[in-house]
Design a protein around this ligand. Structure first.
Ligand SMILES: *Cc1c(COP(=O)(O)O)cnc(C)c1O
Length: 394
């Protein structure tokens, strides 16, 4: 009797039928293409959008499983995953802007966002007005009849300026705008922008969402209608993450509460200790009672005040550089919201392009060290900072 199965060679290509395994962790489906028993089934998968799986660029089961978790985390109707934060942010702007449209954007904001909006001015003919994050009462005059988007970020790197998100969202809506926010620094656990009135919450999932310095990813959360607009563009332009990335995010989400709580507690403790240190001129952290928006941050943020703080070393840029280079436990590198504590020099990296005058205008001291607290033992972090600051004496 002949074997009813396909040939060994054909079976080598297709493998056996997949079985339901009961796996607690979402299986990583390493397939970019999906097959169907009928045309109707294929068309139904395509019509299901991000929830369907026909071809990876338009929808993938492992990616979508994580998108559902992210929507649940944010409390949004829907969510979309991207291969980087900038992919999420640029897709959101491309989905809403035409030539002739105008954007109001807080200043400072993430350097990549600022660069993208400025670049698009010449390239695509939209316009952008940057408004001082420290003075929300001046923002109203920036709106025009052509303003389509108000883009927010709070707290803001590296001075940790905080403003009233609900009031800002109301102002944007008064002017008929979409209100988007980059909520990366606080994370979806630390701040609930959609509940405060924003339409679209954008993330570099590279930061607290993934949290292990091993994934580059982005996410957008909002209403079903909003996310559908971004979905169309993601499908057209192609910034679709791979299933391995999605799975690493799922894995990270399971410990996110523990990581965010630990990092935020470390950040607050370090901010308080640094403020009392003789070689530190000032500390920027919304959790400190003398931060200009401390009361607002306490109302607006959850689980503490985020992992990021800034401190100004006495002696300016050179002294700050020596401190960062003397740190051992705290690694010198970009990024934030990771399990590892990270330090960087704003004047040399994130805010190098705007020059000394730009930094002075933005209130960024030349001797500013940016510190993203990780989840290490507080005493090890503090001992490291004390030895690095102590080395300045020589
Ligand atoms: C890192 C970061 C981004 C960019 O995200 P990528 O994942 O690097 O593309 C955007 N906004 C903020 C606040 C960030 O920290």
């Amino acid at each position: 009797m002949s074997d009813p199965r396909p040939s060994l060679e054909t079976r080598l290509v297709h493998g056996p039928e997949p079985e339901h395994t009961g796996a607690v962790s979402t299986p990583i489906v390493h397939s970019a293409t999906f097959s169907f028993d009928s045309l109707d089934a294929l068309l139904a998968a395509k019509a299901a959008g991000a929830a369907g799986a026909a071809y990876q660029r338009s929808g993938h089961p492992t990616v979508h499983a994580v998108e559902r978790r992210l929507a649940d985390l944010e409390g949004s109707e829907d969510a979309l995953l991207f291969p980087s934060g900038m992919a999420a942010i640029s897709t959101a702007f491309f989905a809403h802007l035409r030539s002739g449209d105008h954007v109001v954007c807080v200043d400072p904001c993430y350097g990549g966002t600022q660069h993208f909006l400025t670049w698009g001015r010449e390239r695509f003919g939209w316009d952008v007005t940057f408004v001082d994050a420290r003075q929300p009462d001046t923002w109203a005059s920036a709106f025009r009849a052509s303003t389509r988007v108000l883009h927010l970020e709070s707290p803001i790197n590296p001075t940790l300026t905080v403003f009233d998100i609900a009031a800002a969202a109301a102002l944007g809506h008064q002017h008929g705008c979409l209100v988007s926010i980059d909520n990366t620094i606080a994370s979806p656990l630390g701040q609930r922008p959609l509940e405060l009135g924003c339409d679209l919450s954008l993330y570099s999932a590279t930061k607290s969402i993934s949290g292990h310095s091993d994934v580059l990813a982005g996410a957008a959360m909002g209403s079903r209608a909003q996310i559908a607009r971004l979905y169309d563009l993601r499908t057209m332009l192609g910034p679709m993450p791979d299933p391995q990335t999605a799975w690493l995010i799922e894995r990270s989400l399971k410990t996110m509460t523990l990581r965010v709580r630990a990092a935020n507690a470390n950040a607050l403790e370090l901010a308080e200790r640094l403020r009392r240190h003789a070689r530190v001129a000032s500390v920027f952290y919304p959790g400190l009672r003398d931060h200009p928006q401390h009361a607002l941050a306490t109302r607006q943020m959850r689980l503490g005040y985020g992992p990021l703080l800034g401190f100004e070393v006495l002696g300016g840029a050179d002294a700050a550089r020596r401190v960062v280079e003397a740190l051992r436990v705290i690694k010198h590198g970009p990024s934030l919201g990771a399990v590892e504590s990270l330090s960087s020099l704003a004047a040399h990296t994130s805010h190098a392009m705007i020059g000394p005058e730009g930094r002075a205008r933005a209130g960024i001291p030349e001797g500013l060290v940016r510190l993203s607290a990780g989840i290490e033992t507080i005493d090890d972090l503090w001992t490291d900072l004390e030895q690095a600051l102590g080395a300045l004496a020589g």
